[in-house]
Write a protein that binds this ligand. Structure first.
Ligand code: ACO
Length: 322
């Protein structure tokens, strides 16, 4: 008998420390008015003594607590992150150890702000191939890759983690998807460059490990490629979406995409005012918030669009019945 993936539980974790725009303006030449009007962000959470694996482990524990399962019931753990603690072990393996998911295989994927959407697509295919239960997480500590002297990028981001439990179900819930990438435009958003310090390496470089962004190029990319991607998924499927959960980069991007797509703005959920841009974590944190406050129900009655977009460049949309 065929089986399909269904999201049966959500969870998230935000580090305790919140930093308002006013606090940033104490050590950076910026203002609450500038950040709020350009981005919709008012505050963000940042880690003081935790790393990405801690945030993801706590989000996974939150999911297990709510769902009543123990870690050993999981077949897989996928973590989307661009800010792992280490290159190896993966954050997913650290989560596995933290929640005692002895029977799971675990790995990270790197697709920046599209990472959770890519990971969820992959996780659902794992369930279709026979696995029964897994967790897909997005988690980031972007505060450690920000150049805190660069006001044009440092004000935008925050730390956090969120995720979902995927379980086998007899009917399809993932109705359509379109995942895309364009490596030729990768230079418009970069972070984490690692210098080769080998004694045999003699090239010098201007590259830096700090996050660097061409804000205008990213804005234009969302208005062209991301808008087209969402439109294509909607047009190819005769399903009305009740809600749109887009990567929480910037409220102006979402306002403009809603206008461009001619979709009522109230169908687009947002929470970047409280959390900033948490990259791969933004969609699962938003999803968990909407399930927790009752806007979304995991009872197979609502259709939602999840769209990630970001570094790579990567972008992609999933249309699913929750
Ligand atoms: N505070 C005050 N002034 C600032 C700040 C700040 N934090 N940052 C930049 N400025 C100044 C600039 O120095 C510039 O001053 P100048 O005109 O004297 O040179 C002026 O504000 C305008 O700067 P721009 O970069 O042109 O600002 P813009 O209005 O384009 O807004 C923004 C910047 C919000 C990043 C915009 O380009 C944007 O929305 N881009 C989309 C990209 C995005 O949201 N990225 C998020 C991460 S990527 C992702 O998640 C996919």
């Amino acid at each position: 008998m065929s089986q399909y993936g269904k999201i049966t539980c959500t969870g998230s974790y935000l580090p305790a420390k919140q930093v308002t725009n006013d606090e940033l303006s104490k050590f950076m030449d910026t203002s609450d008015e500038w950040i709020r009007s350009r981005t919709g962000i008012q505050s963000r959470h940042v880690v003081t003594d935790e790393n990405t694996s801690d945030l993801c482990t706590k989000a996974a524990q939150n999911i297990l607590k709510k769902s009543g399962y123990t870690g050993d019931s999981l077949d897989f753990i996928i973590v989307a992150t661009i800010t792992p603690d280490y290159q190896m072990p993966s954050v997913a393996c650290q989560v596995q150890a933290g929640i005692k998911a002895d029977n799971a295989f675990a790995f990270d994927i790197s697709a920046a702000c599209s990472g959770f959407v890519y990971g969820l697509s992959l996780g659902e295919k794992m369930i279709r191939s026979g696995y029964k239960r897994g967790i897909v997480l997005g988690g980031e500590t972007l505060s450690k890759v920000l150049d805190w002297k660069d006001r044009s990028s440092a004000v935008l981001f925050g730390d956090g983690a969120g995720g979902v439990l995927l379980e086998a179900d007899e009917s399809p819930h993932f109705l359509a998807e379109k995942l895309q990438s364009d490596g030729t435009r990768g230079g418009s958003l970069t972070s984490g460059f690692r210098e080769n310090k080998s004694p045999f390496y003699d090239e010098s470089t201007e590259e830096t490990a700090w996050l660097k962004m061409n804000g205008r190029a990213i804005f234009d990319f969302t208005m062209s490629d991301v808008a087209k991607n969402i439109r294509q998924v909607l047009d190819e499927n005769s399903v009305q979406a009740d809600y749109f959960l887009l990567h929480q980069a910037n409220v102006r991007i979402i306002d403009k995409l809603a206008r461009k797509l001619k979709i009522p703005r109230e169908k687009f959920l947002t929470n970047m005012d409280k959390y900033g841009n948490t990259s791969g974590a933004s969609i699962p944190i938003l999803l968990d918030e909407a399930v927790t406050n009752g806007t979304l129900k995991l009872d197979s009655t609502q259709n939602v669009v999840l769209t990630g977009f970001g570094g790579g460049l990567t972008w992609g949309t999933l249309l699913l019945t929750l």
